[in-house]
Ligand binder design. Structure first.
Ligand code: M6R
Length: 362
C-alpha cells in the first residue's frame, strides 16, 4: 500500500518524521538513553570499527565524525566487501558495529563473522530484528523504520543516523566528555529533528522545479565537508540509483586536487552547507566552482544563504538546525532531489534497473 503516494519511495520519505519519533521513544526514556540488554559501556572500549555497504556505509561515515568529535572515540570504517578480505588486525579493546537495513547483506554478514572472537562486542544497527546480522550480534539495536520497500533506502538511513547519534551521545557520556546538562541538550537536538523534517519535506514542490533542470544533466557533483561530505555521498548514490545520472561526491577540500577540472556550465554542483563551523571553507570552494562557470545549487539555511552572497544558480533554504543533527535533516533534500529527478526522467523509481533491495550474494 503506497498510502496515496505515487511510489513507495515517496511514501517512505514522507514517513520519516513519524518513524524517527518511534526510534526516539524507544531509545530515550525520561530523558535517559536506554539500550536493550546487555547494553554497552563505551568507557570499556578503546575503539570502534564500523562496517556496512551502500547507504548504511554512509550512515557509518556520518557517525565516525560524531563519535570522534563528541566522544573522542577513535573510529575505523570500511565497506564490508573490502573489510572482509582485507582481514585487518583488530586491536584489543575494539567493539565492532555493523549497520544494515535488511540485516542480510552477504558482505556485511561475512565481515561480522570475521570479527567473531576478535572483538570485545558485536553491535548491529538493523531494521529487521529477526535477520541474520541481528541474530549473530551481542547487541542488536533496532532502528524501527518499519518495512522499507523502495530499493533506494530513505527512512532506514535517517533512522540509522538517529540511533547512531544517540549512541554517540551515550559514548560521550560514558567516556566523561559530556556532563548531564550537555547530554540533555544534545538529546533535545536529536528530538528536534522530526519537527524540522516536516518543514524540510514541505520543500518538495520547490525541489520538483529544481529537479526538472537537474534531469537534463549528464553529470552532477555533490560537495560537502565534515559530516556533510557523507551526505554528499548519500545524495550522489541516491541520484545514480534511481535517475541513472552520473553523480560523484567529493569532500569540498579535495576539489582543487583534480575534480575541479570537470567543472563547466554543463555540470550542476550541489553544495550541502548548513551554517556550521566549516561553512566558510565550503563556501570558498563553492566560489572556486562559480569562478569556473559551474552552476551551483546551494543547500543551506537562511543565514548561510545570506553569507554565501550572490551568483549561485539556485538555493534550497533549509530550516535552521543544530549542527550536530544537521546530517539527519539534510538527508531530506538529498532524497527529494533524487526522487523528483527520477520522476522527471520517467525511470522506475521503486525498482531501478540492475538493483536488488537485499544483496544476499557477494
Ligand atoms: O540492507 P543493507 O542496509 O545492508 O543494504 C546495504 C546496501 O545494499 C543499500 O544501502 C543500498 O546501497 C541501497 N540501495 C541504497 O539506497
Amino acid at each position: 500500500d503506497k498510502g496515496g503516494h505515487k511510489h513507495f519511495m515517496a511514501k517512505e520519505i514522507a514517513e520519516q518524521p513519524s518513524v524517527l519519533t518511534n526510534a526516539l521513544g524507544y531509545y530515550i526514556q525520561d530523558g535517559n538513553i536506554v539500550l536493550p540488554d546487555p547494553g554497552l559501556d563505551f568507557a570499556q572500549i578503546d575503539r570502534l570499527t564500523m562496517v556496512a555497504c551502500g547507504t548504511a556505509f554512509y550512515a557509518c561515515l556520518v557517525a565516525k565524525y560524531w563519535f570522534e568529535q563528541i566522544a573522542r572515540l577513535p573510529v575505523e570504517i570500511d565497506v564490508a566487501s573490502e573489510f572482509r578480505y582485507r582481514e585487518p588486525p583488530i586491536p584489543k579493546g575494539t567493539a565492532a558495529l555493523f549497520v544494515s537495513q535488511s540485516g542480510e547483506t552477504a558482505d556485511t554478514l561475512a565481515a561480522l563473522r570475521y570479527c567473531e572472537g576478535k572483538v570485545d562486542k558485536i553491535v548491529s544497527v538493523v531494521n529487521v530484528p529477526e535477520s541474520s546480522i541481528a541474530r549473530e550480534s551481542d547487541l542488536p539495536l533496532p532502528i524501527l523504520a518499519g518495512t522499507e520497500i523502495g530499493v533506494a533506502s530513505t527512512k532506514a538511513f535517517t533512522c540509522q543516523l538517529t540511533v547512531l547519534a544517540i549512541l554517540a551521545i551515550k559514548a560521550a557520556q560514558d567516556r566523561g566528555h559530556m556532563n548531564a546538562d550537555q547530554v540533555a541538550e544534545a538529546l533535545e537536538q536529536v528530538k528536534s529533528v522530526p519537527g524540522l523534517m516536516s518543514h524540510a519535506l514541505a520543500l518538495g514542490e520547490r525541489m520538483k522545479t529544481m529537479s526538472r533542470k537537474l534531469a537534463e544533466a549528464r553529470d552532477i557533483l555533490f560537495l560537502g565537508r565534515g559530516p556533510m561530505y557523507a551526505l554528499a555521498h548519500e545524495g550522489a548514490l541516491k541520484l545514480k540509483e534511481i535517475s541513472y545520472i552520473h553523480a560523484e561526491a567529493y569532500a569540498s577540500g579535495e576539489l582543487k586536487h583534480g575534480p575541479i577540472a570537470l567543472v563547466d556550465e554543463h555540470v550542476p554542483v550541489i553544495v550541502m552547507a548548513p551554517r556550521d563551523a566549516l561553512f566558510e571553507k565550503t563556501i570558498s570552494n563553492m566560489q572556486e566552482v562559480m569562478a569556473r562557470g559551474g552552476k551551483v545549487l546551494l543547500i543551506t539555511d537562511k543565514q548561510g544563504a545570506k553569507e554565501a552572497g550572490p551568483g549561485v544558480w539556485d538555493t534550497i533554504l533549509m530550516p535552521e538546525v543544530a549542527p550536530f543533527v544537521a546530517p539527519i535533516l539534510y538527508a531530506i533534500p538529498a532524497q527529494l532531489l533524487a526522487y523528483h529527478t527520477a520522476v522527471a526522467k520517467g525511470t522506475d523509481v521503486d525498482q531501478p534497473r540492475n538493483l536488488a533491495k537485499s544483496v544476499t550474494v557477494e
